[in-house]
Design a protein. Structure first.
Lengths: 249, 556
């Protein structure tokens, strides 16, 4: 049976610590920030946004929204516009992958992505002296001039597949494939799994009425769901750019 | 006869026709691939992949880590679910801890001249200031200080500051009390970041996320813990009696109040001393001002943050300060001599009882980085500088492990080469000891106050924002943490001060002044200025006592 990997993020549990961002950067060989890098030009496949209900003190409240590639199933916006076929939607897993060797750096995909979840390499990737020894051997570093984004830790997926194959199994054990952000979350706010598997916790959570997707009205059929009991958080989560666009959902 | 017009037609035809063939696209593709394989693009390490266990030594929490290692270096870090202290949880810094050794500001060569040290040692008393106590190297510091007639010094740990107040009130030994979080149903926290890396994060997070532990945060500031807590109140009186007991009362502010409530109903317990020598040391604050002629500071594991002025006060004229550090930090820039030492995971280390632990505990931290680098420990330097023959840290760790096994106390969990030991509870609880609760103090709202934002990050700040290169993902490339250059103000406060969003403001405290960029934030209480403080800013913004310091602000 084909997989449809997805994620459910409980926004009411997220403490905004950033452990997911750190684990993601370490896992996927995303280099430390260039001296001149800013939040606009930096690379964070997983980025936790700070959003605010806009109310005056003391009713003012902040929430944290972890944003990553939403792994769109329907007319994947970045894939549709890529002139280089550098974006691939894997029919076996539903994961939207990026092939940096094909990327020309035109950044149409970044413009097309409604979730601002794609990042451009403005600089050559650079690690402090000696830190190459600490790179994850399962993930190739990218280079200046190409776009990159979350791929649900493809290195971990391949490792799980190799492990299953070595054991003579066709299916991977769900516990063997958990993206770095989900494994790192101290609050266990991120649940990952096969949305096609009705028994998986992620599938059950995704179907619950509290779960929603970013910009549902665009009908991109993303596979990253969010949960929150706070109305204002749900409203803001529907906005294109958290913390920038207000309640536009 | 070929005319000029024919040539133009041919050229145009070729140009248009080529565009319809795969040639240009192939060229573009090849160019892309060629341009993406420059020789300076780093290559990932190759070699046998092994999995090894250790303990994170960036802070005293004692969190177990499992590292994937390739070619003698750790390439990835994960939590260890079966670890008795951390239970699989790591803080953000922990996930980048294997990169600390490659810090851009790494010190690999001695800095400064040692000529004046011999004279300074003759002139007056020496001391060794240990900012990461309860380690094997700490006992060697105490031995070195004793051998040279000097002092082994420590500073207060912020997470345990409220327990220090209790210790004083009850007349007990320092470090003899802990918090029984494991049996509590509620944590009442006065400003302590209990859901944001406080003490050993796994102790709280595991029970909180399963719903076994409710967190009530008493804090004026909209901290991460306040936002995530089951209940957030701005004063204790708002809670009423509506919480389940047993309740643990912890705090980073209003420490007397925290002590009072603990004596009334708090879940604090006695913990036994470690089964080996664990020198208590003398507090730096108790040393007479201007008395030290030579001071050695171990800032390589700065678990307890101390601003330079507090150290400087204790120095005599012409005093010599020697710092042991693996990277440049807030204290090394004041030291006369800086000697390089091993970074986390480069040599074998250990950690004694973590702050606020209910029982005594001990973890070893075997090395995870075997590639060549700086492997000296501070003890190696002390042996050379003071003519001592202190034994290697690894030997002390072996003796400590042997002492634990001989004591037959508690449970030892073996995790690969690492061990994690937790003592059994000693049974002495102070829960029933009661005193009256004094009325809460009125809060002064009229003056501007400096709130140490991300208090825990601060203690971690040397660890979180500086310790690992990957921390720049949080500090620089996202708006998740406020950079040190920012001061957050409520728009109403800013209007009163005639400050607009984005302008630079001069903050003046009793210690000096600092320029910060104003960021208007309705989440900040009126009358409060929130700044993220790093040790580098401690010279002028003294935040280590955890109190709110009056501050003036005006346009720079």
């Amino acid at each position: 049976m084909k997989k449809r990997y997805g994620m459910v993020i409980d926004l009411d549990r997220c403490t905004g610590c950033g452990a997911c961002m750190m684990a993601c950067a370490a896992e996927n060989n995303v280099p430390p920030a260039e001296t001149a890098a800013t939040p606009r030009t930096g690379i964070t496949w997983m980025r936790v946004y700070r959003v605010n209900n806009g109310a005056p003190y003391p009713e003012n409240r902040t929430a944290f929204i972890p944003m990553l590639c939403q792994q769109c199933d329907n007319h994947t916006p970045c894939q549709t516009v890529c002139p280089q076929n550098a974006v691939e939607h894997d029919p076996d897993t539903g994961i939207v992958g990026q092939v940096p060797q094909r990327c020309l750096g035109c950044r149409y995909c970044m413009t097309a992505c409604p979730y601002h979840a794609r990042y451009f390499n403005w600089w050559d990737p650079k690690w402090p002296a000696g830190m190459e020894a600490a790179l994850n051997p399962a993930v190739a570093p990218r280079m200046r001039g190409v776009v990159e984004k979350c791929n649900f830790c493809h290195g971990r997926y391949h490792a799980a597949k190799a492990k299953a194959a070595a054991a003579g199994k066709r299916e991977i054990d769900p516990t063997d494939y958990v993206p770095a952000c989900a494994a790192a979350c101290p609050a266990q706010a991120i649940t990952f799994g096969d949305l096609n598997d009705e028994a998986s916790p992620a599938s059950k959570l995704a179907k619950s009425p509290e779960s929603f997707r970013m910009l549902e009205k665009l009908d991109t059929e993303g596979k990253v769901y969010f949960r929150s009991n706070r109305d204002w958080v749900r409203r803001i989560a529907a906005a294109p750019v958290p913390n920038k666009g207000g309640n536009r959902g | 006869m070929i005319e000029r017009r024919d040539l133009i037609k041919l050229g145009a035809g070729v140009a248009v026709g080529t565009g319809l063939t795969p040639i240009p696209w192939k060229l573009l593709d090849d160019t892309a691939i060629w341009s993406q394989n420059w020789s300076w693009i780093p290559k990932v390490p190759r070699g046998e992949i092994t999995v090894r266990n250790s303990t994170c030594t960036l802070c005293p929490a004692g969190c177990g880590v499992r590292a994937q290692c390739v070619a003698g270096a750790a390439v990835g870090i994960a939590g260890v679910g079966e670890h008795p202290l951390s239970r699989g949880t790591l803080c953000p810094a922990g996930f980048g801890s294997h990169c600390a050794a490659y810090h851009p500001r790494r010190i690999r060569q001695p800095q400064g001249a040692l000529d004046a040290l011999a004279g300074a040692l003759k002139r007056g008393p020496m001391a060794i200031l240990d900012l990461g106590p309860r380690r094997a190297v700490s006992s060697l510091y105490a031995d070195a200080a004793e051998a040279k007639g000097g002092m082994y010094l420590r500073v207060a740990n912020r997470d345990e500051a409220f327990l220090d107040v209790l210790v004083t009130r009850l007349g007990r030994e320092p470090g003899s009390l802990g918090v029984d979080l494991e049996n509590a149903r509620t944590v009442i926290s006065f400003g302590a970041p209990v859901l944001d890396g406080w003490a050993t994060p796994g102790r709280v997070m595991e029970r909180w996320r399963s719903g076994e532990l409710q967190v009530i945060q008493v804090e004026r500031r909209q901290s991460r813990t306040a936002l995530a807590a089951n209940r957030w109140v701005r004063s204790f009186e708002e809670i009423g009696g509506g919480f389940e007991k047993p309740a643990a009362v912890v705090g980073a502010e209003d420490l007397d109040r925290v002590a009072d409530l603990n004596l009334e109903f708090g879940s604090f317990v006695a913990r036994r001393p470690l089964p080996f020598a664990d020198p208590a040391g003398r507090m730096l604050s108790s040393v007479p001002d201007g008395s030290l002629s030579a001071l050695f500071i171990d800032s390589s594991r700065a678990y307890d943050v101390i601003p330079w002025p507090a150290i400087q006060r204790k120095l005599a004229d012409r005093a010599v300060v020697v710092a042991f550090a693996y990277k440049q930090d807030a204290l090394t820039r004041h030291a006369d001599v800086v000697l390089p030492v091993a970074a986390p995971y480069e040599t074998a280390e250990d950690l004694g009882t973590p702050p606020c632990s209910a029982v005594a505990a001990y973890c070893t931290s075997p090395a995870l980085i075997d590639i060549p680098g700086v492997k000296e420990t501070p003890v190696d330097h002390l042996n050379k500088l003071l003519g001592l023959s202190l034994e290697p840290v690894a030997e002390v760790i072996k003796k400590r492990v042997a002492a634990i096994e001989q004591s037959k106390r508690g449970t030892v969990t073996k995790l690969g080469e690492a061990i994690a030991w937790v003592d059994e509870p000693c049974g002495a609880s102070f829960r029933l000891r009661g005193t009256s609760v004094p009325p809460s103090r009125a809060e002064a709202r009229s003056e501007l106050k400096l709130t140490p934002q991300q208090l825990k990050l601060q203690i971690h700040s040397d660890r979180a924002s500086d310790t690992t290169p990957l921390q720049t993902k949080l500090d620089q490339e996202s708006g998740l943490y406020t950079p040190p250059a920012i001061a957050r103000l409520n728009p109403e406060t800013a209007r009163g001060l005639n400050l607009q969003n984005g302008v630079n403001a001069l903050l003046e405290t009793k210690h000096g002044s600092a320029t910060r960029q104003v960021l208007l934030d309705p989440a900040v209480a009126p009358g409060i200025i929130e700044v993220a403080v790093t040790p580098a800013a401690d010279d002028v913004l003294n935040i280590t006592d955890g109190s709110l310091t009056p501050v003036n602000a005006r346009r720079a």
